[in-house]
Design a protein around this ligand. Structure first.
Ligand code: OSB
Ligand code: MG
Length: 367
């Protein structure tokens, strides 16, 4: 496949609600959208970097810098054997997997369009619809959290993820469990604890959580392994798994039993498939996380989540859970705890070009 042209743009988009996690909060997203052009076709993708370096060292600004100065100038005007080969000319760039993933994923959409198939088909997806949940940010009060959960259950989500941090953990989740005895529930700490909190975290074992996500340091494989030995609740890693090597280390040490795969975090769909395959070979489940993407990024996530090993509900929620109005048509919807995987060619939803043009505040063109 030949990449003839690239266009990167920044599109500000305000979340309907402030989203707070243990390491910070988000309200006004700076969505980075990428298009790659070749053979008269156009692929779409999104960079998942956040505005502040809370979840990752990458930010929308570092991603803009790395994409415009180093990645896109070396990728545009070249031919690649396929989407997994597009980043070969920039293998020398250390890290910056979110910036790289944007290009790799966009190339997958372009490649699917060149083949005339859906992105899900191109990736090897097998399921027409995938189970989905919703991730709820830290709320001011327990009552507010209960209200939110009740609302999302009414919307039909298959599981609820609750953000936690020290001081807003065991008692808060015990209250949720009392009010919703049958709820499929999990917690995400975004690295808010240390191994010194192990006894406290082990109290969560009484609450029948599906898993606890990223309780300890973003790069602390050893302590996650020690913690997993001290609690029954499965540990799920998110921030820690940036590539296939991290997964190998985590499995060797026993740092987790579940992995949250975000293609935008691990460098794209290729690395996501490798992680999926390795987990599946070990009989371990994965699920697809989210980064408060627009519908463009969501389309990539739902296509990936149609692979057979994504057995647990993903953080892939309806467009209206995030935005007053999404950037794609039709918008994503949830019913009966499932999201339908688009069947059209490529990502299978149509970016609203006119609106995206009108909202764009920054643009860089290559080729
Ligand atoms: O830890 O999974 C996370 C959002 C931004 C940064 C990190 C995380 C999240 C979410 C939201 O949990 C998932 C979504 O609905 O997109
Ligand atoms: Mg997480």
């Amino acid at each position: 496949m030949r990449i003839e042209r690239a266009e990167l743009r920044e599109v500000p988009l305000r979340l309907r609600e402030y989203f707070e996690i243990s390491s910070g909060g988000m309200q006004d997203r700076h969505i980075l959208l990428l298009t790659l052009h070749g053979e008269g076709l156009e692929g779409w993708g999104e960079c998942v970097a956040s505005e502040e370096p809370t979840y990752s060292y990458e930010t929308t600004e570092t991603a803009w810098h790395i994409l415009t100065e180093f990645i896109l100038p070396n990728v545009v005007g070249r031919s690649a054997d396929g989407p997994e080969d597009v980043l070969t000319p920039v293998r020398w760039i250390r890290g910056h997997r979110m910036a790289k993933a944007a290009v790799e994923m966009t190339a997958w959409d372009l490649a699917a369009r060149m083949d005339g198939v859906s992105l899900a088909q191109k990736l090897g997806g097998t399921r027409p619809a995938v189970p989905v949940g919703v991730s709820i940010g830290l709320q001011k009060t327990d009552e507010a959290l209960h209200e939110k959960i009740a609302g999302y259950l009414a919307d039909g989500y298959a599981r609820i993820k609750v953000k936690i941090k020290p001081g807003r953990d065991v008692e808060m989740l015990a209250g949720v469990r009392r009010r919703f005895p049958e709820l499929r529930m999990m917690a995400d700490a975004n690295s808010a604890y240390t191994l010194a909190d192990a006894d406290r975290l082990a109290e969560l074992d009484a609450l029948d959580l599906m898993m606890i996500e990223q309780p300890l340091g973003h790069d602390d494989f050893l302590d996650h392994a020690r913690l997993q030995q001290r609690m029954r609740t499965p540990v799920c890693l998110d921030e820690s798994i940036e590539h296939e090597g991290d997964l190998a280390l985590a499995l060797e040490l026993g740092s987790c039993r579940i992995v949250n795969i975000k293609p935008g975090r691990v460098g794209g769909h290729g690395p996501s498939r490798s992680i999926h395959d390795a987990m599946r070979a070990g009989g371990l489940p994965v699920w697809c996380g989210g980064m408060l993407e627009s519908g463009v990024g969501r389309a990539h996530n739902v296509a990936l989540a149609s692979l057979p090993g994504f057995t647990l509900p993903g953080d892939i929620s309806a467009s209206r859970r995030y935005w007053e109005r999404d950037l794609v048509e039709p918008e994503f919807e949830v019913s009966d705890g499932q999201m339908v995987v688009p069947r059209g060619v490529g990502i299978g939803v149509e970016p609203d070009r006119e609106r995206i043009d009108a909202l764009t505040v920054r643009r860089a063109v290559f080729g």
